[in-house]
Design a protein around this ligand. Structure first.
Ligand SMILES: *[C@@H]1O[C@H](CO)[C@@H](O)[C@H](O)[C@H]1NC(C)=O
Ligand SMILES: *[C@@H]1O[C@H](CO)[C@@H](O)[C@H](O)[C@H]1NC(C)=O
Ligand SMILES: *[C@@H]1O[C@H](CO)[C@@H](O)[C@H](O)[C@H]1NC(C)=O
Ligand SMILES: *[C@@H]1O[C@H](CO)[C@@H](O)[C@H](O)[C@H]1NC(C)=O
Ligand SMILES: *[C@@H]1O[C@H](CO)[C@@H](O)[C@H](O)[C@H]1NC(C)=O
Ligand SMILES: *[C@@H]1O[C@H](CO)[C@@H](O)[C@H](O)[C@H]1NC(C)=O
Ligand SMILES: *[C@@H]1O[C@H](CO)[C@@H](O)[C@H](O)[C@H]1NC(C)=O
Length: 562
C-alpha cells in the first residue's frame, strides 16, 4: 500500500509545483510575518483536488478511502517542497532533529496509530472536515509563503500554543490583595510559594500550588539596606545587570570607618569562617534576588561590615543619615548586632543611643527588620533572677523575625500547622515568623561558585520579611508607615494561628504573607470551601465553617458568622 502511494504522488505533485512556481510565491492569503521556523496549521481545500485526483487515477487503482489517500498525497507533496527548500530554515540542526526524530514511544512494537499519518515528521494530516483538510507542517518563513501560494491551500498559520487554563483567578487575587497588577511565577522557589498563599491543608486542597504571586511593583523604588559581612554583590546570577534597579555597595565599613566602592576581600579584616563567606550575598538574595528574593525590583544597597561591632552599625546609620540620596520613608533596614544576649541593655548608653536613632528613622518612615537568632532559645528570658534580651530584635521599632521549618518541600506542606524550626529563637518579643530555609546558588567572596542548595537560619527569614515590606512600600507610595504600623500591616496580612505550640490569640502567631492568602490547588480539585480552598462556595442550604468545610445551615458551626 505504501509503495503504491509513492508512485501516485510523484505524478501528482510535479503538476502542482509548477503551478505554484508560476505564482511567483506572491502571498495571496493572510500575510504572515513570522521570524522563526515553527509548526504551522495548513488548511487545504480538498473539493477540487479530490475530484481531480479521482479522475486522473481511476484507472490506476480503487481508492479505499478518498480522504485519507488525498490527505497523504498533499502531505507528501508539501514534504517534497520542504525537502527542496531545506536551506531556507534558520536552524538546520533543529530541522534535521525534527526530521530524524523517532519518539521513544514509537519504538515500542505495541504502538498502534489510529490512522495513517504517512512517513514524514515534517508534515502530516490531522484529518478532514467537509471540504477542508487540516495538516500540521514544520516550516521556515519562506516555506510558509510557498505553501500559502499553493492553489489548494486556504490558509497556513502558526500553530498557536494556548496557555493551560489557569487554576488561579487573577481578578480574585487583585481584589484580595489590592495590588495594581500581579505577576505569577510558575514553579517558584518553595520559600516564595509559601509566602503568597495561606497554609496549605491537604484535607481541603488536592495539590500544593508551587507558584509565587507578587505585585508587579515588587519593591521598585524602595531601598533595602543590607548591613552584613561578606557582602559581595558582583557577579551574582541573582543580581544581573539591569537598569531597572540599583544593586550596589553603598559603603564598606572597616574598623568603623566608611569607604566608598565595591566590596573587596581585603575589607574583611577578621577571619571569616568558610560558612560565612557568602553570608551577606545570600541574605541579600533572599530579599531581592531575581528568582529567589521576595522583592526582585527593590534597590539593594549593601553596607559591608568587617564585623558586627556596634560601632560599625553607628557608622553605617550616621553616614546614611547624612547622605543626600537617603530617603528614610523608602528604606528598609535589615539589622544585625551579631545577636548577643545582653543583660538589661536598657542601662547601656550606646544601646540607648542606637534605640534613639532607630526611633528617629522609624518615625521618618524607615522600617527595621532583624533576625530572632539561631540559638533555639527565647529572645527574652529570666534565668536565675537575671533578665536576658536578644538584640537588636528586642529593641523597640524593630520587627523581630523567627523561622518555621520550610525545608521539606513535600512534608512541611502536609502538616496542618507550621513548626518553629528547632534552630530558631522564639517566644515573647518575636513579632512574626517566616521561612527558615531558602534555596539558592551564589558566588562567594573568593569567586567560587556554588550550586543551588538549601540555606537555613533566621538570617534568611529576615530578608524575606524585608522584601515583603519593600513590596508593601512600593504598592502604597503615598502611605506613611512607621515600623510599628508596618508590623501591624504585616500581621493583618499574615496567616494567623497556623504555628504549632503557640497560643491561638498570640499576636505573633502569624506567618509572613505578601497579601495573597487564597490557597489554590494546582490540579483544581478542592475538598472544602473558603479562602483555604480556592474561595469555593457551598450549596445554598449550607455555610462554610471556619475549618473550610461546607456544613448544614442549622448546625453549630453555622451559628456564628464564621
Ligand atoms: C474549494 O474549491 C472549490 C472548487 O474550486 C470552490 O468552489 C470552493 O469555494 C473552495 N472552498 C474554499 C473554502 O475555498
Ligand atoms: C539550533 O537548534 C539546536 C537544536 O535544537 C540548538 O541546540 C541550537 O542552539 C540552535 N542554534 C541556534 C543558532 O539557535
Ligand atoms: C539526520 O539524518 C541524516 C541522514 O540519516 C544525517 O546525515 C544527519 O546527520 C541527521 N541529523 C541529525 C541532527 O540527527
Ligand atoms: C539581617 O539581619 C540578620 C540578623 O538580624 C543578619 O543575620 C543578616 O545578615 C542581615 N541581613 C542583611 C541583608 O542585612
Ligand atoms: C519529612 O520530614 C522529616 C522531618 O520532619 C524528615 O526527616 C524527612 O526526611 C522528610 N521527608 C521528605 C521526603 O522530605
Ligand atoms: C518533592 O516532590 C517533587 C515531586 O513530587 C520532587 O520533584 C521534589 O524533588 C521533592 N522535593 C523534596 C525536597 O523532596
Ligand atoms: C517622603 O519623604 C519625602 C522627603 O524626604 C517627602 O517629600 C514625602 O512627602 C514623604 N512621603 C511620605 C509618604 O511621607
Amino acid at each position: 500500500m505504501k509503495a503504491l502511494n509513492i508512485l501516485l504522488i510523484s505524478i501528482f505533485f510535479i503538476l502542482e509545483i509548477t503551478l505554484a512556481k508560476t505564482n511567483n510565491f506572491n502571498v495571496k492569503k493572510n500575510e504572515i510575518i513570522q521570524k522563526n521556523d515553527d509548526y504551522y496549521i495548513v488548511i487545504v481545500n480538498n473539493t477540487l483536488s479530490t475530484s481531480m485526483l479521482k479522475k486522473r487515477n481511476e484507472e490506476l487503482f480503487e481508492l479505499e478511502d478518498d480522504n485519507i489517500q488525498f490527505e497523504l498525497l498533499i502531505s507528501n507533496e508539501i514534504n517534497n517542497l520542504i525537502m527542496e527548500n531545506k536551506d531556507t530554515y534558520k536552524n538546520i540542526t533543529e530541522f534535521e532533529e525534527i526530521n530524524n526524530k523517532t519518539l521513544t514511544f514509537e519504538k515500542r512494537d505495541d504502538v498502534e496509530y489510529v490512522r495513517d499519518y504517512g512517513d514524514s515528521n515534517l508534515v502530516y494530516p490531522l484529518g478532514s472536515f467537509k471540504e477542508k483538510t487540516i495538516l500540521l507542517a514544520y516550516l521556515s518563513s519562506k516555506l510558509v509563503k510557498m505553501v500559502n501560494s499553493l492553489s489548494y491551500v486556504i490558509d497556513c498559520d502558526v500553530d498557536t500554543k494556548f496557555e493551560p487554563a489557569a487554576y488561579y483567578n487573577k481578578n480574585e487575587i487583585l481584589e484580595e490583595t489590592k495590588w495594581d497588577n500581579v505577576i505569577v511565577r510558575n514553579d517558584a522557589k518553595f520559600h516564595l510559594s509559601l509566602i503568597s498563599q495561606g497554609k496549605f491543608d491537604p484535607n481541603l486542597v488536592s495539590q500544593y500550588d508551587t507558584n509565587f504571586y507578587y505585585p508587579s511593583s515588587a519593591g521598585k523604588g524602595i531601598d533595602i539596606y543590607i548591613l552584613d559581612i561578606s557582602l559581595n554583590l558582583k557577579n551574582q546570577d541573582e543580581f544581573p545587570e539591569t537598569n531597572e534597579r540599583i544593586v550596589e555597595n553603598k559603603f564598606n565599613i572597616i574598623r568603623s570607618q566608611a569607604v566608598y566602592g565595591d566590596y573587596k576581600p581585603e575589607y574583611d579584616d577578621i577571619i571569616i569562617r568558610p560558612a560565612e563567606k557568602s553570608h551577606g550575598a545570600t541574605v541579600a538574595m533572599a530579599a531581592g534576588g531575581i528568582t529567589v528574593g521576595s522583592a526582585n525590583k527593590a534597590n539593594i544597597r549593601g553596607i559591608h561590615l568587617d564585623d558586627f561591632a556596634e560601632s560599625n552599625l553607628f557608622t553605617a546609620l550616621l553616614n546614611l543619615m547624612n547622605d543626600p540620596l537617603f530617603k528614610p520613608n523608602k528604606s528598609v533596614f535589615n539589622m544585625s548586632f551579631g545577636g548577643n544576649n545582653l543583660i538589661d541593655y536598657r542601662t547601656k548608653p550606646s544601646v540607648q543611643l542606637f534605640q534613639e536613632i532607630v526611633n528617629y528613622l522609624s518615625n521618618e518612615g524607615s522600617i527595621f527588620v532583624a533576625a530572632a537568632g539561631n540559638d533555639g532559645i527565647p529572645v527574652h528570658k529570666i534565668e536565675g533572677g537575671i533578665e536576658y534580651f536578644k538584640l537588636p530584635c528586642y529593641l523597640d521599632n524593630i520587627i523581630c523575625v523567627g523561622g518555621v521549618t520550610s525545608q521539606y518541600e513535600n512534608n512541611t506542606t502536609i502538616e496542618k500547622e507550621f513548626t518553629i524550626d528547632k534552630g530558631s529563637n522564639y517566644g515573647e518579643g518575636v513579632d512574626i515568623y517566616a521561612p527558615y530555609h531558602v534555596k539558592l546558588a551564589y558566588e562567594d567572596v573568593d569567586g567560587n561558585r556554588y550550586e543551588e542548595e538549601i540555606y537555613e537560619g533566621t538570617s534568611y527569614a529576615t530578608p524575606l520579611v524585608s522584601g515583603v515590606v519593600a513590596t508593601i512600600l512600593s504598592e502604597n507610595p503615598d502611605e506613611k508607615f512607621t515600623t510599628k504600623s508596618m508590623l501591624q500591616h504585616l500581621r493583618d496580612m499574615g496567616e494567623k494561628n497556623c504555628i504549632k505550640d503557640m497560643e491561638k490569640d498570640d499576636p505573633s502567631n502569624v506567618f509572613l504573607n505578601n497579601g495573597k492568602r487564597v490557597v489554590y490547588s494546582k490540579d483544581n480539585i478542592y475538598n472544602g470551601c473558603g479562602i483555604h480552598a480556592g474561595n469555593k462556595g457551598c450549596p445554598r442550604n449550607q455555610c462554610c465553617s471556619i475549618d473550610g468545610k461546607c456544613s448544614n445551615k442549622n448546625s453549630n458551626v453555622c451559628i456564628t458568622k464564621n
